[in-house]
Ligand binder design. Structure first.
Ligand code: ZN
Ligand code: ZN
Ligand code: ZN
Length: 376
């Protein structure tokens, strides 16, 4: 997050509706309200993105039976007033030397339990707790994991546009030279392409060649890519406030039969995961469908991560496509389907698309070829 306002096309009414919905969801979860700190929740609820590094308290207070209040340092108030959702809330500004916690406490049920953004500073939460010892707190993501999960039509357009931009970046990168260049150089190309196609923020540009591809956490290094390498590319960021995240695995020169076989297997697993997407299916069904294909071919022990994660105003958020997650899929949810096979010391393959749930199945927001691409 930066200090810039999200460029998303939402009105004060959209933000008012989101804040209403969040307050009702909080009441439904037995909470007295929500305390939202600067970060993705605040952007989604209000359109306001204050500087991430300020130590002064900024906090949105949502409670079921009162209007939303944004507690904000006086020096940030002019920017807060310019946020797209500002007219849907009341600003309470505070000046240095005043106690912002006492001002916030006056807005809260003194014995209530509140949902708090995961990224709220401990300093602020501890001070609130000291001011109101009868209150208690729950992580917002644990209490209301699906708060931002179901996207409306305008949000879906933005996720689709971010995906199309990432696809355009892939179409360009497949034409650049890989052999003889460092992973870090190809990653820099990818970051430049994401920006060229409209991303304001690049979150990751993984270029994992040869044996590095077997480590799903490998980001990028100085390894020189060689002829014969498989190269896992996994890249994304934010375009107009919404995320992209796609993976393709390319090969430098002609692949071996085994490399083709493993790549085909991951492609079939990705297809099976995608086909499991429909309203009412559980998140874990998507994971199971993809995993069954890989396990059935004897590679189960080499698929060492969950099948997917949600995406929206961040590139990783609920819902998670993982065994044990029984949350039913709902039209408008957006998440990745990204199985992989990782052969230690040798190579890895991952194929990832962002998918949304439709009334009768799933729709991909990434659609570059899932066949193995041979690069130079
Ligand atoms: Zn090879
Ligand atoms: Zn990814
Ligand atoms: Zn992903």
């Amino acid at each position: 997050m930066t200090g810039s306002q999200a460029a998303a096309p939402f009105t004060a009414d959209d933000y008012r509706a989101r804040m209403d919905r969040a307050a009702r969801a909080a009441a439904g979860a037995g909470l007295a309200g929500l305390l939202v700190a600067p970060g993705p929740d605040l952007v989604w609820l209000t359109g306001y993105a204050p500087p991430a590094d300020t130590e002064r308290l900024t906090l949105l207070v949502l409670a079921p039976d009162r209007d939303p209040v944004l507690v904000v340092p006086a020096l940030e108030a002019p920017d807060a007033r310019n946020a797209a959702g500002a007219s849907a809330l009341t600003l309470h500004d505070w000046t240095d030397g005043k106690d912002p916690y006492a001002a916030t406490a006056a807005l809260l049920d003194a014995s209530g339990r509140f949902g708090v953004s995961d990224n709220a500073w401990a300093m602020h939460l501890l001070a609130l707790q000291r001011t109101l010892p009868g209150t208690s707190y729950a992580s917002l993501t644990e209490a209301l994991p699906m708060l931002r999960a179901v996207k409306d039509a305008a949000e879906l357009d933005l996720v689709a546009a971010a995906g199309a931009a990432a696809d355009a970046a892939f179409e360009e990168i497949r034409g650049v030279r890989f052999g003889g260049r460092r992973e870090s150089e190809v990653a820099a190309d990818l970051a430049g392409l994401l920006r060229r196609f409209g991303h304001s923020q690049v979150d990751f540009t993984i270029v994992a060649s040869g044996p590095n591809g077997a480590n799903p956490h490998h980001e990028v290094g100085d390894r020189v890519i060689e002829d014969g390498d498989m190269v896992v590319l996994d890249f994304g960021g934010l375009k107009d406030g919404y995320g992209s995240d796609t993976s393709r695995t390319v090969h430098v020169g002609e692949p071996t039969d085994e490399e083709r076989r493993v790549h085909d297997l991951v492609r079939e697993a990705q297809e099976a995961g995608f086909r499991a997407v429909r309203p009412g299916a559980a998140c874990q069904d998507v994971d199971r469908a993809a995993r069954a294909v890989i396990a059935g071919a004897g590679y189960g022990e080499y698929f060492i991560h969950r099948t997917g994660h949600g995406i929206g105003v961040t590139t990783h958020e609920p819902p998670y496509m993982i065994e044990g997650e029984e949350q039913p899929l709902v039209p408008g949810m957006c998440f990745s389907v990204e199985p992989g096979v990782y052969l230690p010391g040798r190579f890895g393959v991952r194929i990832e698309d962002i998918v949304t749930v439709t009334e009768d199945g799933g729709r991909r927001f990434n659609d570059t070829t899932r066949e193995m691409v041979v690069v130079e």
